[in-house]
Design a protein around this ligand. Structure first.
Ligand SMILES: [Cu+2]
Length: 495
């Protein structure tokens, strides 16, 4: 079991002090310094001094207009009748503006940080350089409050990517990926792999997070729902795009249409399981990459940061709910209405047959090539450290930032053997590279190219990547609580 016996109860004082520190210091959210400072305050140095020494100025260029512009700014969303949330978002909308870029065509994006804290944008799923990737651990600069930074890169590979903040949150549940800072980033290649009549981009998010001290009890009760992530944070509301179930426009379809759904789990911490009664999803791409074996399923699972492109044949006229398979989650808002032309009435839901999510069904069963080298990475929960209200995570008994990088040589193929020694699920993300999933438990597979893989409790998963994009590369758990508390590591290229 992942949980420390001491439990999750945190005093209001601890939380207030933590938030006070963050508010008063107005410091850049630098994980390395924050953690080492919080853990073992360096004698004679203020936290501010320690942190500001590491700050890089934003790269502001007055000359020339960028191809795209994003503004990080506060916004208030009415996600349902009488339900409003205040958050930070891009250009005052959730999701942020849809960015459609051409594969291989250089682009520039100005990001203005009109929030009160330093921030950073990560271009998730791109083979991009370390300085523009948007992870400060790799050397990308934080954007100071009030400044504009220009990202320049040549987008590749094609597919459903996304962009989001890569700032840490720690105990501040309005920061990082708890906020509305996410958007679709579609990289268009030469060929469109599927034909369809309509397309919809659907981003899932959870809102109004709060600490959930009784998480052990909750996990026990949900033990028959193995696809639901446990976490130490609970939420009041959930949305698809910016609306709770029933509060926004429905997805309007006609019988016989083929509809492409691009689904993105932009939740900070929650994995989700979705169904559309009366219909099946033909999964054609995962994390934006075409799958070797497109397969139809009744139920889709998306761990944090995962994407699924699915074709739905609209052959069951009516008014339906596309939503979470958990009733409680649908009541929180996790769903959207699908309405056929000429049909009306309350949307219908039917529980799907119990299903286990199986990545291997979308892959090839052929063996993947042998790697040139392997890294065995075992992760555990070591309980609360340094008075934190959240558990700290280790990779081979070390936590970020006190963890040595993995060293790779350009051109070689490496296998990452992920061994989950905990009772939590972990959606693991590799930056700047795409990996090939080569083993899930006892099953060997190939051809399934992803940038996030969910590792089940006590499970083992292997992924291979080719070291073909020199520069510092981060891999981490995308569950915000886990990445904030130790669960990340750099990969460095040898000179
Ligand atoms: Cu994790």
């Amino acid at each position: 079991m992942a949980l420390a016996p001491s439990g999750k109860a945190t005093t209001a004082t601890t939380l207030r002090e933590k938030n006070k520190l963050r508010t008063d210091e107005r410091i850049p959210m630098n994980r390395r310094d924050f953690l080492s400072s919080a853990g073992m305050l360096l004698a004679g140095q203020s936290l501010r001094a320690v942190l500001s020494a590491q700050t890089k100025p934003g790269d502001v260029r007055a000359a020339g207009k960028a191809d795209h512009a994003l503004r990080i700014e506060p916004c208030t969303l009415e996600i349902g009748p009488g339900v409003t949330v205040k958050t930070l978002a891009y250009n005052g909308q959730v999701p942020g503006p849809l960015l459609r870029l051409r594969e291989g065509v250089p682009t520039s994006i100005d990001v203005t940080n009109a929030s009160a804290d330093p921030d950073i944008v990560h271009w998730h799923g791109l083979a991009i350089d370390s300085l523009n990737d948007g992870a400060m651990e790799e050397g990308s600069p934080m954007i100071p409050a009030g400044q504009t930074h220009r990202y320049t890169f040549t987008p590749k590979p094609s597919g459903t990517r996304w962009y989001h903040t890569h700032a840490a949150a720690y105990g501040n549940l309005s920061a990082g990926t708890y906020s509305g800072q996410f958007g679709f980033l579609l990289i268009e290649g030469r060929e469109n792999p599927a034909h369809y009549d309509q397309e919809f981009n659907l981003a899932i998010h959870h809102w109004e997070p709060s600490f959930v001290p009784m998480v052990e009890t909750m996990r026990e009760q949900s033990s028959n729902m193995p696809l639901t992530a446990g976490s130490d944070v609970g939420y009041k509301y959930a949305t698809i795009n910016d609306r709770m179930l029933g509060a926004g426009d429905p997805i309007r379809v006609k019988p016989g249409q083929r509809v492409l759904l691009r689904l993105l789990n932009a939740s900070a911490t929650e994995n989700v399981v979705l169904a559309l009664p009366g219909h099946r999803f033909t999964v054609i791409a995962m994390d934006g990459n075409p799958v070797p074996n497109p397969t139809s399923v009744d139920v889709l699972s998306l761990a944090v940061a995962e994407r699924v492109d699915a074709i739905v044949e609209m052959n069951s006229p009516g008014v339906w709910i596309l939503g979470s398979t958990l009733e409680k989650a649908r009541q929180m808002g996790l769903g959207i209405v699908v309405e056929y032309a000429g049909k009306s009435g309350p949307p219908m839901w039917k529980d799907p047959a119990p299903a286990t999510w199986d990545y291997t069904q979308f892959a090839s069963a052929n063996a993947a090539p042998a790697p040139d080298g392997s890294f065995v990475l075992t992760f555990r929960d070591i309980g609360q450290q340094h008075g934190s209200q959240f558990d700290t995570w280790t990779i081979n008994n070390k936590s970020w930032p006190e963890i040595e990088p993995l060293i790779v040589s350009a051109g070689k193929r490496y296998r990452l053997v992920f061994r989950n020694g905990s009772g939590d699920q972990h959606p693991l993300h590799l930056h700047r590279h795409t990996f090939e999933v080569t083993r899930i438990g006892d099953k060997h597979l190939s051809g399934l190219m992803k940038d996030v893989i969910n590792v089940m409790p006590l499970g083992t998963v292997e992924v291979d990547f080719v070291a073909n994009n020199p520069g510092d590369t981060l891999w981490h758990c995308h569950q915000q609580l886990h990445m904030d508390y130790g669960f990340m590591q750099l990969i460095k290229y040898s000179a």
